[in-house]
Design a protein around this ligand. Structure first.
Ligand SMILES: NC(=O)c1ccc[n+]([C@@H]2O[C@H](COP(=O)([O-])OP(=O)(O)OC[C@H]3O[C@@H](n4cnc5c(N)ncnc54)[C@H](O)[C@@H]3O)[C@@H](O)[C@H]2O)c1
Length: 350
């Protein structure tokens, strides 16, 4: 993909070169004219060096050194617990930030980082990449234009083929904050604000999840402010592959999104038909991650607020946190939307 239009590339650094940071760094390094990758950073020296050498850019193990390079913005793809502090450092250095989801492991740290970015006047975009995917964006536009009529039902699935390792899970913030947060953001974006969440879950694939106080499968039901109803299902152990699909049913039309072919081929064998199914998010979303990066670069270059910003990050975090609370307390959690700079507050159900 990549824009064919000639634009001034935004000089970028990428911090955190793991599962997703490697993909972001590769995207920033020549897959689009919208950015120019200046440097990369990872806490592990071998990872930083080998990535820098492979992509032919400067490398460092220090985030401060990355900020000191001639970069206008940084993409933060380190473990979630490190995000908020790094946003604050980037803001202090006057660098724009594209931060992977979620912004932090708790609300206070999220709010503090957002406020630092705001008062420093730097852009802060959050990594809800699905908003940039052409399929989801097309459906969101149809909903916004009223083509579905009144929306009654929303259903979405996000299932990983296999779980990331224990090291990742420990710092992930738990299943709802790490996984369901994507679907909660999609729900708000497509249908609108959510007044109530109810979550059930289990540790079904490996007792280690339960021992760590976490889950690997969950179902969340939603009641939107409009009265529409929603269902989210999530898994870390969908053996067949990676799935991310959404259906929105309205009074006039229904939209279904869920294309999972790795290549555009159907295999026809005697008595059967099959396709190659994607294995993970990098195979499903190459366009979305690139468009997300281009969106960030455009917001910096043309000086406008990123399409997915701090308020969205905060709202999705509050909803994910409410799901955790619903699961632990075994009851619906109601959310009250107070107009405090468009943040929301959690209010307990009576
Ligand atoms: N949007 C998405 O689709 C998506 C998908 C996966 C992960 N994520 C998010 O991206 C983030 C990273 O996830 P991941 O799966 O790539 O993790 P990962 O564990 O694979 O990689 C993290 C990398 O960061 C490095 N690191 C750790 N602390 C650092 C520091 N202080 N400075 C520099 N580097 C440091 C580690 O050495 C590692 O290479 C998480 O916040 C996760 O929620 C988003």
């Amino acid at each position: 993909m990549g824009s064919s239009e000639r634009v001034r590339p935004i000089r970028l650094g990428v911090a955190g070169l793991g599962r997703i940071g490697q993909m972001h760094a590769a995207n920033a390094s020549g897959r689009t004219g919208a950015v120019e990758l200046v440097g990369v950073a990872d806490a592990v020296e071998d990872v930083a060096r080998s990535t820098g050498e492979r992509l032919d850019v400067a490398w460092t193990t220090s985030f401060d050194e990355l900020l000191a390079m001639d970069v206008e913005g940084v993409l933060i793809a380190t473990p979630t617990g490190a995000h908020a502090g790094m946003i604050e450092c980037a803001a202090a250095a006057g660098k724009h930030v594209l931060c992977e989801k979620p912004i932090a492991l708790d609300l206070d740290a999220s709010v503090r980082a957002i406020e630092r970015a705001r008062s420093a006047g730097v852009k802060l975009q959050v990594g809800f990449h699905r908003r940039f995917d052409p399929d989801w964006a097309a459906v969101a536009a149809k909903i916004a234009a009223g083509e579905l009529g009144d929306v009654y039902l929303f259903r979405t699935s996000l299932r990983d083929k296999r779980s990331p390792g224990a090291g990742y899970l420990e710092g992930s913030g738990g299943f709802f904050v790490d996984v369901s947060i994507h679907d909660l953001d999609t729900a708000r974006w497509m249908v609108g604000e959510i007044d109530e969440v109810t979550a059930i879950g289990g540790a079904l694939s490996d007792p280690a999840f339960a021992e760590a106080g976490d889950l690997d499968n969950a179902v969340v039901t939603l009641r939107f402010t409009s009265g529409a109803l929603g269902v989210i299902d999530n898994s870390r152990a969908a053996g067949y592959g990676y799935e991310c699909s959404t259906e929105v049913m309205g009074s006039l039309a229904t939209a279904r999104i869920g294309y999972h072919r790795r290549v555009n081929v159907e295999w026809l064998t005697p008595g059967s038909q099959s396709v190659d199914w994607v294995n993970d998010f990098t195979e499903r979303y190459p366009d979305a991650y690139l468009l997300e990066l281009e969106g960030f670069a455009a917001a910096i270059r043309d000086d406008y607020e990123p399409a997915v910003g701090a308020d969205d990050a905060l709202a999705a975090f509050v909803l994910a946190d409410a799901c955790g609370r619903s699961f632990r307390e075994g009851r619906p959690i109601r959310l009250e939307h107070e107009n405090r700079g468009r943040e929301y507050e959690i209010a307990t159900a009576r």
